[in-house]
Design a protein around this ligand. Structure first.
Ligand SMILES: Nc1ncnc2c1ncn2[C@@H]1O[C@H](COP(=O)(O)OP(=O)(O)OP(=O)(O)O)[C@@H](O)[C@H]1O
Length: 227
């Protein structure tokens, strides 16, 4: 039976007093890969932020993994985020430490203590993004595409039930975007559930998948035409 990881019912999303999206109804099941598209300012980031608890849900019903976005308390947010993997456009790696130490930092902050297990987990996630040999480098010693692969590895550390990727290829050239996309598709093929906001229509055409569009304060599914 399919397992629901995300469910929104009659949701409206606000930034301050202004409504960004209304009547949003959407569900994702384990293993899905869904794109979220829309013009700049159409609400993609606001949608993502609502899902990881950065924007409070005040209207409608929302469930992400086992959290109820309406009733969740401020102290629940870090626990919700442990079940999510979040990838941003600008990578957000800590510049003052190596890749291994960036990953170790997250594991320690989320309760990992055993040194051997930490080392094994770091190797495993670096392997998943084909970056096993780069752990000793600092972020600035890596290309943008490599940094994004590390950010994806970081998102995988705690076996997330849902990966939210907000414009993960937004800072990358077309060829590097394809390489990062291949990593995301591989991860999806291995069972991870991914919601990816993007502007990049070339990626959508090359890697078709279910697509939601934000437009005029609504979110609806678009059907890709086969040419
Ligand atoms: N922190 C904020 N405070 C007030 N309004 C905001 C805030 N962030 C975004 N908005 C407004 O909410 C609307 C949706 O913005 P959002 O960032 O969600 O769009 P987006 O589709 O992600 O755009 P982009 O593709 O440019 O990132 C816009 O009108 C924007 O100006």
């Amino acid at each position: 039976m399919s397992e629901t990881v995300l469910q929104l019912k009659n949701v409206s999303i606000y930034q301050g007093d202004s409504m960004v999206l209304s009547d949003v109804n959407f569900e994702m099941n384990k293993g899905d890969f869904v794109y979220l598209i829309g013009k700049t300012g159409s609400g993609k980031s606001s949608f993502m932020k609502t899902l990881y608890g950065d924007l409070q849900l005040t209207e409608g019903e929302g469930h992400v993994v086992d959290y109820n976005l309406r009733t969740m308390k401020e102290n629940d947010i870090p626990f919700l985020r442990r079940k999510l993997g979040i990838v941003f456009q600008d990578f957000k790696l800590l510049p003052d430490r190596t890749i291994n130490n960036n990953l170790e930092f997250v594991l320690k902050a989320t309760g990992w203590k055993d040194k051997t297990k930490i080392k094994e987990r770091i190797e495993a996630v670096l392997g998943k993004v084909a970056m096993k040999t780069k752990g000793f480098k600092f972020p600035h010693e890596l290309s943008g595409g490599e940094q994004q692969r590390i950010a994806i590895a970081r998102a995988l550390l705690n076996d997330p039930e849902l990966i939210l990727a907000d414009e993960p290829t937004g800072n990358l050239d077309p060829q590097t975007s394809i390489e990062v996309m291949e990593v995301l598709r591989d991860i999806n093929n291995n069972g991870n559930t991914i919601l990816m906001a993007t502007h990049d229509y070339a990626l959508l055409l090359k890697y078709p998948s279910k697509t939601l569009k934000c437009d005029e304060n609504k979110v609806f599914e678009v059907v890709q035409r086969k040419s």
